[in-house]
Design a protein. Sequence first.
Length: 136
Amino acid sequence: MRFLLAADGSPYTRKAVRYVAGHARALAKRPEILILHVRPPIPYPSAAAYVGRKAIQQYERDEAERVLKAASKALQRARIPAKAAWILGDPAKEIAADLNLSAHTIDTHRANIMRKLNVNSISELILYAMRKGIIH
């Protein structure tokens, strides 16, 4: 069994990690867990000219590693191995391109789903979907 665990550094990420850790212990075979952090690019392209591209890349790397480290440590304490990765980009644009829709449409649908489910982050949305058996 494989788990994809979204990590954004919110309290919902910690809840999702606890949920996955609790259920992973009950499985006969250890699951493969990938902790994924998606960072949107800094929205000000002119910032790179001011502070330098390397400084921005280091900032993005440091922030992603900070978020991933917390989730990884929590799983390690539960003796559950996990891999961690981060991606720089806008997932809404990538999903939109695959579906021939605009990124705004994807963002609007996701925001409406989150509002109707009364969830506040992507991690909380994924945790909800796992609890309801929508994703495994």
